[in-house]
Design a protein around this ligand. Structure first.
Ligand SMILES: C[S@@+](CC[C@H](N)C(=O)[O-])C[C@H]1O[C@@H](n2cnc3c(N)ncnc32)[C@H](O)[C@@H]1O
Length: 266
């Protein structure tokens, strides 16, 4: 990273990132931010940008902003993540829904969660569609491709492996599942991106995403998710995430087995 005003640069960057994505890098994660953006900053310096111009350049340049978003978001995901919670959804929530069932994976990353849900619907012989949404365009294009390393097969329980084609060093989502899933760019803090799906979804999965938000952006995201949910639709967070009362507005907590879900109040 550049020597001069490093702290100021990082602080301004985190503000820009927050404004663009709602993701907030607290002080203890600033080193991580520095590591993630060091390449892009060096690139700008090599291209002749002076340190003091960098911020201005980022603010005015949408392409750089996209690059920044792709760098700073956390794409970690896998198929059938939190299997026990998914089984609970299948057992208690799916039977309550009317077909065709519409489910969102908000913060879908490279698509594993969206395809997992589609496989679960198919396996349950239910007609439905899944919309995968993310702000990271690189992750979205990988999601659309539906092709993963062969190692990913171990994440998929045996009964569901019929939904993937196994190649030499890759696995591919079969068309019968792929056509149930659509991917689209959407920003959780942008209301218009969710107005587009007003009262559309019966379930919105938003797992391991809001943990990177601060209070204010988390509230905005929850409000937007609420807009896209039907009355009595379910918000699913990771089982390690809880909505305390200050975030629960418009939702009621409902427990199935040991898992907590959040149902939109009518
Ligand atoms: C850790 S991944 C979670 C993936 C998946 N939901 C799971 O639990 O396996 C977080 C994802 O949230 C996305 N994300 C972060 N901020 C976002 C925002 N403002 N709008 C939409 N997606 C966002 C990131 O790009 C990333 O792909």
């Amino acid at each position: 990273m550049i020597d001069i005003e490093k702290e100021k640069l990082l602080d301004t960057l985190r503000q820009i990132i927050y404004k663009l994505t709602g993701n907030y890098y607290p002080d203890e994660r600033l080193k991580m931010l520095e590591y993630k953006v060091s390449g892009i900053i060096k690139e700008m310096i090599t291209a002749g940008k002076k340190a003091e111009d960098i911020i201005d350049h980022i603010i005015k340049n949408e392409e750089i902003q996209k690059k920044l978003i792709n760098l700073i978001t956390v794409p970690e995901t896998r198929f059938f993540r939190e299997m026990e919670q998914l089984e609970t959804i299948k057992k208690y929530i799916f039977p309550k829904l009317t077909e065709p069932i519409f489910i969102a994976s908000a913060g879908c990353s490279t698509g594993e969660e969206a395809y997992t849900i589609a496989m679960m619907l198919k396996d349950s012989k239910l007609i439905g569609k899944v919309v995968g949404m993310d702000i990271n365009e690189v992750a979205l294009s990988k999601a659309k491709e539906g092709k993963y390393s062969d190692k990913a097969i171990s994440q998929i329980p045996i009964p569901y492996r019929e939904f993937v084609e196994v190649g030499e060093d890759y696995i591919k989502i079969k068309d019968e599942i792929k056509k149930m899933v659509e991917f689209t760019k959407a920003n959780l803090i942008n209301r218009a991106d969710f107005e587009r799906f007003k009262e559309h979804f019966q379930i919105v999965m938003c797992r391991n995403v809001l943990i990177y938000f601060d209070k204010k952006s988390k509230k905005t995201a929850l409000e937007n998710i609420r807009i896209s949910l039907r009355k009595e639709g379910y918000l699913v967070l990771s089982s390690t995430e809880m909505l305390t009362s200050e975030f629960k507005e418009g939702f009621e907590a409902i427990r199935f087995d040991k898992f907590m879900f959040y149902r939109k109040k009518s």
